[in-house]
Design a protein around this ligand. Sequence first.
Ligand SMILES: Cc1cc2nc3c(=O)[nH]c(=O)nc-3n(C[C@H](O)[C@H](O)[C@H](O)COP(=O)(O)OP(=O)(O)OC[C@H]3O[C@@H](n4cnc5c(N)ncnc54)[C@H](O)[C@@H]3O)c2cc1C
Length: 382
Amino acid sequence: MEQRRSGGLERFDVIIIGLGAMGSAAACHLARRGQRVLGLDRFAPPHALGSSHGQTRIIREAYHEHPAYVPLVQRAYELWSELERQTGRTLYRKTGGLMIGNPGGPVVDGAKRSAKEHSLAHEVLSAAEVRNRFPALQPADGMVAVWEPRAGILFPEICIDAHLTIARMQSADLRGDEPALSWVDEGDDVKVITSKGAYQAGQLVLTAGSWNPSLLQGFKLPLAVERQVQFWFEPKHPVHFQPERCPIHIWEHESGRFFYGFPDLGEGVKVARHHEGEIANPNSIRREVLPEDVEAMRRVVRRFLPDADGPMRSAVVCMYTNTPDSHFFIDRHPAQPQVLIASPCSGHGFKFSSVIGEVLADLVSEKRTRFDLSLFRNRFHG
Ligand SMILES: Cc1cc2nc3c(=O)[nH]c(=O)nc-3n(C[C@H](O)[C@H](O)[C@H](O)COP(=O)(O)OP(=O)(O)OC[C@H]3O[C@@H](n4cnc5c(N)ncnc54)[C@H](O)[C@@H]3O)c2cc1C
């Protein structure tokens, strides 16, 4: 699409910095609405250097973090199926899901609360019932589980590629290997300076994941980047880990300590601890996996998934970008209202990326959205 020029610079309606999970979805929704979109990424997405790689992500509905996420995830499910129809690609696989822990803990009680508040299909199972129905999973006596039938797996690299494909088909100008270095407020416009040039737009969307803090220009959001390792182990009893017999599972295995896992989709049994990683800088994070990373993971696997304790097939480092309360941050820059900041992570954002793309498109093109974002508004006053 021919772009207008302003003062010698290419001019767009909106520039998106970061084309990972959130930026690719925003580009797709904005381009569909006829906005002239420039999308920039420091690498060539989908890539394995941010927060959206590792082949699988959990999607679930009985949201233990807060019932306010349920309407968003319900819309996300609709948008993922729409994207599947449009691209002819498989983005989601239903497995059902188990939230496991001690009664009264945040995972179990939170899932029950969301299920009740939103009348979602669910069952509460004892530890023995879990062990009988899903022999891969060995919760201790006294633990309980909330079963939800609609949970499953998204394929993140394919999802991002699908959003980027539709965005390009709708004439979005998407450029990889072009990091944005800074942006400048120019009255009604914003100028973005990159490694290759400068561009102008009416609005700017910051979806740079773990690099968002470096682009906030004076606004101090308390975002912390955390190193996380994803592992794939060879199962000792492969039949127990087939997707028909092994749903996705999230555990509070000790008070305040969490891990999660997937069935074996052919690459081995994927597991990871949730949090407990070191605080990192995205430009210098330790990408190699250390023996102590493997040992910490195996300790949990041996106890609760003993049949997954075979040889390690692979492991990869990824990044969470955490807010202090683990809820997303989606709001305008306090000093620059034409700049929208989206940091929907804290380790649980991927499933929402389809709907976050829609929400960002609403905010850019209509200045409002039908979704309740009150949990995600600026509450830090940095
Ligand atoms: C190990 C792990 C497991 C997870 N499991 C789940 C799960 O099961 N379910 C779930 O829902 N969520 C999960 N999450 C969270 C989810 O993956 C993230 O919330 C989500 O991927 C964040 O997307 P994003 O778009 O913010 O970041 P990213 O996808 O990382 O995108 C940011 C993009 O910005 C680009 N960028 C950075 N700086 C610049 C710049 N200056 N100029 C241009 N481009 C730039 C980067 O290259 C990158 O492509 C998990 C995360 C991790 C790390």
